[in-house]
Design a binder for this molecule. Structure first.
Ligand SMILES: Cc1cc2nc3c(=O)[nH]c(=O)nc-3n(C[C@H](O)[C@H](O)[C@H](O)COP(=O)(O)O)c2cc1C
Length: 165
């Protein structure tokens, strides 16, 4: 348990990467962790698009104002609308759980990641020629870390807990 908490505390958002490519098997291991996340009604609404081609990464950057640096790979986390009735908040929670599994697995393997919400979903869908049932929700930039950022502060636990009345 100690080491799990250390892993959770030690993970950082990484935005600077070495130019080293990430082998596809490594990326698939991250998605293996993601697919074991819990989801409401076990809907498993996620679909992942792996982007490693340089030109496609550059094109994604052009439509993602919140994406900085030169990531060697990007995972586009999407809804597969064939598996869900609607894109309700519940399913965003599902994707969040899959995201955290992916981020922790990446950190445990010496990879760096950063979730990116600041992007144009329609432009990304068009650029990747995604079928209409696949809706991009979040980008995750990925590579070998070339920075070791300090942890951004967290609120203390006593501000987060409402005592039982
Ligand atoms: C849903 C979500 C969206 C995010 N979007 C962006 C983004 O567009 N650009 C960016 O640089 N970081 C983004 N981040 C990273 C956060 O800024 C980062 O997680 C936060 O500052 C805490 O830092 P840490 O991840 O190192 O603990 C996002 C994180 C999450 C969970």
């Amino acid at each position: 348990m100690e080491s799990l908490l250390e892993l959770i505390r030690g993970r950082r958002s990484i935005r600077k990467f070495t130019p080293q490519e990430v082998p596809i098997q490594e990326i698939e291991e991250l998605l293996e962790a993601a697919r074991w996340a819990p989801s409401g009604g076990n809907a498993q609404p996620w679909q992942f698009v792996i982007v490693t081609e340089r030109e496609t990464v550059e094109a994604l950057k052009m439509v993602s104002p919140g994406l900085f640096g030169e990531p060697p790979a990007i995972i586009v986390m999407c809804f597969n609308k064939d598996r869900i009735q609607s894109t309700s908040e519940l399913h965003y929670v599902d994707l969040g759980a899959a995201l955290q599994n992916l981020l922790l697995m990446a950190y445990a393997k010496g990879l760096g990641c950063c979730p990116i919400a600041s992007f144009d979903a329609e432009a990304v869908a068009e650029l990747l020629s995604l079928p209409s049932q696949i809706q991009p929700v979040l980008l995750v930039i990925l590579g070998y870390p070339d920075e070791d950022p300090s942890p951004p502060p967290r609120l203390p636990l006593n501000k987060l807990i409402v005592e039982r009345i």
